[in-house]
Design a protein around this ligand. Structure first.
Ligand code: HEC
Ligand code: HEC
Ligand code: HEC
Length: 280
């Protein structure tokens, strides 16, 4: 136990700067300026902000690597690119002007020209700190806001044939899953069989919506709702018929993991996070 204070201290030192700000038992995240929106789809044709970021990282890496190799021409080329892209940050989002230090770029250039690698490395680090500071304040929320898929305007066919919202389809899926489990436990074969058929139909209708986002790509649907899943539902049907409760429950567990949880892991987590952080 005598190590605890050391670990705690280390945790505080390492944790500072990467963690969101904690006040008591609440967490505060900064909402990005609204002007950022125009650099993302659908307001823009491309994810302009994000691609500027990818370039910035490449430029920082190139400068660092050429500095180690003492390749002046290489450094010069990439410093001038970094200068352009770094200043775009404030051009795109003027509210973020105070987050960057453009004066460091001419210094970087000077140290490169003089071949003063230690001071160049130090300046590069100072630039990197401006990247890190902004990221720890804003990055997760921006990703959730502008890069997580939206399900609000997707309609799915309901069991009665009428269109329903994605969320209502989810509620109904959940009802069917639980109805099957209740009926299995209480020995109501016909109810279990009917709920199983409903679940199959509901998933079929949900599957019709995959290509709203996965255009010309059959693989995502195949992975969640393909051959393996259909086979499980067939086996479930005959298990219920034969009154094999344990086997049926086991199959339901497999379906919940391979269909529901597998899809939720990519699709639901970010969507729930965004809805929790930004209730409209
Ligand atoms: C597209 C892949 C996908 C599949 C497959 C899927 N879900 Fe979902 N589910 C989502 C997404 C996305 C959300 C959050 C969006 C929403 O609530 O509209 C969600 C939300 C939910 C919710 C919360 C609904 C609410 O009221 O907010 C429940 C319950 C649910 N799913 C149950 C299930 C069950 C049970 C299955 C399996 C039989 C399943 N889901 C399969 C994507 C999926
Ligand atoms: C004023 C704020 C700000 C500054 C300064 C900034 N960034 Fe970013 N950066 C962001 C935001 C916001 C995101 C999240 C974008 C998203 O997820 O769509 C991001 C994301 C990134 C990503 C993408 C991470 C990923 O894999 O999804 C990279 C790489 C990146 N930044 C590099 C840099 C570098 C290198 C610098 C410094 C030279 C820098 N950024 C400076 C705000 C900033
Ligand atoms: C609102 C948009 C949207 C809808 C609707 C949607 N997805 Fe996705 N899905 C995404 C995004 C975004 C990703 C992550 C990027 C990628 O892999 O394309 C993703 C990733 C996936 C992945 C992981 C990547 C892979 O190819 O293995 C699977 C599996 C998947 N989706 C299955 C489905 C299924 C099944 C449906 C329909 C039931 C569905 N998706 C409906 C947006 C959507």
């Amino acid at each position: 136990m005598k190590f605890t204070p050391v670990f705690l201290l280390l945790y505080l030192i390492i944790g500072a700067g990467i963690m969101p700000v904690y006040a008591g038992d609440s967490v505060s995240l900064d909402v990005p300026p609204a002007s950022l929106e125009e650099w993302y789809k659908p307001a823009n044709k491309r994810q302009v902000w994000l691609h500027t970021m990818f370039r910035l990282r490449r430029e920082m890496q190139a400068i660092g690597e050429y500095a180690e190799q003492k390749d002046q021409a290489g450094m010069k080329k990439w410093i001038s690119r970094l200068e352009k892209d770094y200043s775009k940050i404030a051009d795109m989002v003027p509210e973020w002007e105070k987050e960057i230090k453009p004066r460091l770029l001419p210094e970087l250039e000077m140290f490169a020209e003089k071949g003063d690698t230690p001071r160049l490395a130090k300046t590069l680090k100072m630039i990197q700190r401006t990247c890190d500071d902004c990221h720890s304040d804003y990055q997760p929320l921006v990703t959730a806001m502008y890069r997580s898929p939206h399900y609000e305007d997707i309609k799915v066919k309901g069991l009665n044939g009428a269109p329903q919202s994605f969320t209502d389809n989810m509620e109904n899926l959940s009802d069917s899953v639980n109805r099957i489990l209740i009926a299995l436990e209480d020995g109501h074969k016909a109810v279990a069989q009917q709920a199983r058929q409903n679940l199959v139909d509901q998933l079929q209708h949900l599957g019709d919506s995959c290509n709203r986002c996965h255009k010309d790509d059959k693989y995502p649907r195949e992975r969640i709702l393909g051959e393996e899943t259909q086979q499980r539902f067939k086996t479930l049907q005959s298990n219920i018929d034969k009154g094999q409760v344990k086997d049926s429950q086991k199959l339901m567990g497999e379906i919940a993991v391979t269909v529901c949880a597998r899809c939720h892991n990519t699709h639901r987590i970010v969507s729930d996070l965004r809805n929790a952080l930004l209730p409209d």
